[in-house]
Design a protein around this ligand. Structure first.
Ligand SMILES: [Zn+2]
Length: 259
């Protein structure tokens, strides 16, 4: 990060007074934040302030975004980068928020070469180098295992730093083959469960593509962490390394932090 940007961010944080009651109300409505320590909450609040200062959030289809809605989206977007930093969201500025599902025109070519055009209802979309599009109805749900904001911002992390067989590249310092192998095996196992019609803790949509598997399991990692740690311990451990967080408290602390 350049000197000017770092100075500007310190100035933004020094000058922004976030309403304490608004913060209490918004963060209190997101149950998956309850496991954060006091210092993590303070860091999340600072990231949300920077996010709101650096990104442009607009309501679409007549949606008037309240301060609470803006802050809620910023907080949910910043949870995945709590220990990565806001530079992970560089290269784009727009967040577009629809009142509910929005319709997108899609085209698909079938095996006979016929182009089918159809409208699809979406709760979120992330454009490479472009905006994140969200449905406020979905962003406001805060359900365990489902989080459209975390989903779309997981795609943003993936898009920024490159691809490894459909999965995001691991960070330097991570064991790249352990990352890739663990995700591939979990993805294959999950796809087989979905094909067999077995009930799963993860939304079926994760079977659509490795990139969707990463985005959907990221939602579960942050909002239903104990269940993911229990049913997919290897995958949980890899995501914990990727996000540098252990929301379920399932992993041994690094040697340096032990008593
Ligand atoms: Zn997706």
């Amino acid at each position: 990060m350049g000197f000017f940007q770092s100075w500007r961010r310190r100035r933004t944080l020094a000058r922004t007074k976030l309403d304490a009651e608004l913060w209490r109300r918004v963060s209190g409505a997101l149950p998956f934040l309850r496991g954060l320590s006091e210092s993590e909450v303070a860091r999340l609040r600072d990231l949300a302030i920077l996010f709101l200062a650096e990104k442009e959030m607009h309501g679409a289809h007549g949606l008037e975004l309240s301060d609470a809605a803006r802050l809620s989206i910023a907080v949910q977007a910043c949870l995945p980068i709590l220990n990565l930093g806001i530079d992970w969201y560089e290269g784009w500025v727009g967040v577009i928020v629809y009142p509910g599902e929005f319709r997108v025109r899609k085209e698909e070519i079938d095996e006979l070469g016929v182009v089918h055009t159809f409208d699809e209802g979406l709760s979120g979309e992330a454009w490479p180098g472009g905006p994140v599009v969200l449905s406020w109805e979905d962003a406001d749900m805060a359900e365990a295992g489902y989080n459209v904001v975390i989903h779309e911002f997981a795609h943003k992390l993936h898009m920024l730093r490159g691809d490894d067989g459909g999965f995001p590249l691991p960070h330097s310092g991570m064991n790249a083959s352990a990352w890739r192998d663990t995700l591939e095996i979990a993805y294959a196992r999950f796809g087989a469960q979905v094909d067999a019609g077995e009930p799963t803790i993860i939304d079926d949509y994760a079977a659509a593509h490795p990139a969707e598997f990463f985005a959907v399991t990221s939602e579960v990692f942050f909002t239903d962490s104990a269940v993911l740690a229990r049913d997919y311990p290897g995958l949980y451990a890899q995501l914990a390394q990727y996000y540098r967080q252990d929301p379920a408290g399932a992993l041994p602390a690094p040697a340096s932090e032990r008593e």
